[in-house]
Design a protein around this ligand. Sequence first.
Ligand SMILES: *Cc1c(COP(=O)(O)O)cnc(C)c1O
Length: 364
Amino acid sequence: MNIPMLDLKAEYALLKDEIEPAVLDALAACQYINGPNVKAFEAEAAHYAGVKHAIACASGTDALLIALRAIGVGPGDEVITTPFTFVASASTIVMCGATPVFVDIDPRSFNLDLNQVEAAITSRTKAIVPVHLFGQPVHLAPLMALCEKHGLKLIEDAAQSFGASYGGRKSGAYGDIGCTSFYPSKNLSAFGDGGLMITDNDLLAAELRVLASHGSRERYHHHVLGYNSRLDEIQAVILRIKLRHLDQFNHRRSTIADFYNQLLDGLVEIPFADAYGHHVYHQYTILSDRRDAIQKVLGDAGIACAVYYPVPLHRQEMFAATHGHLSLPVAENVAQRCLSLPISPMLKDEQIRRIVGVIRQALA
Ligand SMILES: *Cc1c(COP(=O)(O)O)cnc(C)c1O
C-alpha cells in the first residue's frame, strides 16, 4: 500500500458524518458570502488563539499581504524574514513595494538565526516576519525585544503552526498581527483556500477588515486600495468542525514525531524540538547527506516524501536580480540535505515502522 505525505482521505472518512450534513445546511441557507458561519468561525478562532480579533480572508498569502499593508509597509521599506520558507513569506513583501531582507537560519530549528537579525536592521527596516517553520515556534522573546528597541512591527507567519504554542500563548498571538493559512495541507485545513489574520489591536483589526474588503469602511466608499479577500461560507463550515479536532490531531502529530525520532535516531539527523515552544509538526523533516538516495528508495517503495524547500528564496529566479548575490550558507546547506517524511494524524505505527525500514535499507 502506498503511503501519502498527508492522508486527507482517511481524515475525510473520519469526519464525513460531521461535515457532510453541515455543508448541505450551508448550501441550502444560500448565504454564500459573509454568512453566519464565517462570523462564528472568526469568533471561535479568536477564542482558540486567545486574541481579541480574528479576520478571515481568502488565503495565507492574502493574510500576509493585507497584514503588511495594514502596518504601513510600502515602497522604500525593508522587511526582515527567512530565506528558508514558502515563497509567500517574502513575495508578499515585494507585492507591497518593499524589499525583503533575508537573514540566515539556525541549523537546528530551521527558523531565523536570532543572533543575526539585529545586524540586518537599517533605518529603512519596518517589520520582521518570523516564520514558524514546519510547526516549530520561533523563540519570539528576543525578536520582540528587538522590535521594541528599534520601533519595528512583528508579523508572525503562522501558516504552518496554527495550534502551536510559545510561552503560554498560541502561535500568531504575539505579533502585531499573526497570519495563518487553511490550504489543504496545513494543520488546520479547508477543502480549498482560506486564511486568517489575528490581532489584539482594535485599530489594526479594523484596518485589516477595510483592506480585505476593497478598502471600504462604508459601502461603495473606498478609502484606500484594498482587496477582495474573503473566506467562503462553505469553507467556514468545514473549518469550524475541524477546529474542534485540531488539538487532538496536533497531539497525534507530536506522538508520531516522537516515534519517528526513536526509530531514526542515529540513522539520520532527526528534527530538533526547541524547549521554548510546543511544536505541532506540520512537517517531520530530517537531514541526511544521502538525502537523494533516501528519497529515491522511498519513492520506489510507494512512500511519499518531499523536499521542503529545495531552493532557498535568495536563490530563486524571481529574486536573482535583487538577492542572487547573497550567500546564506546554512539555508543553502539545509536545502540540499532536508527531507520531509509522511506525517498525518492518520498515520499508523506500522506505517511508520515500514517507512523507517525502507530508510534503513536505503542507507545500508
Ligand atoms: C502555505 C504558506 C503560506 C501561504 O498560504 P496560502 O494559503 O497557500 O496562500 C505562507 N507562508 C507559509 C510559511 C506557508 O507554509
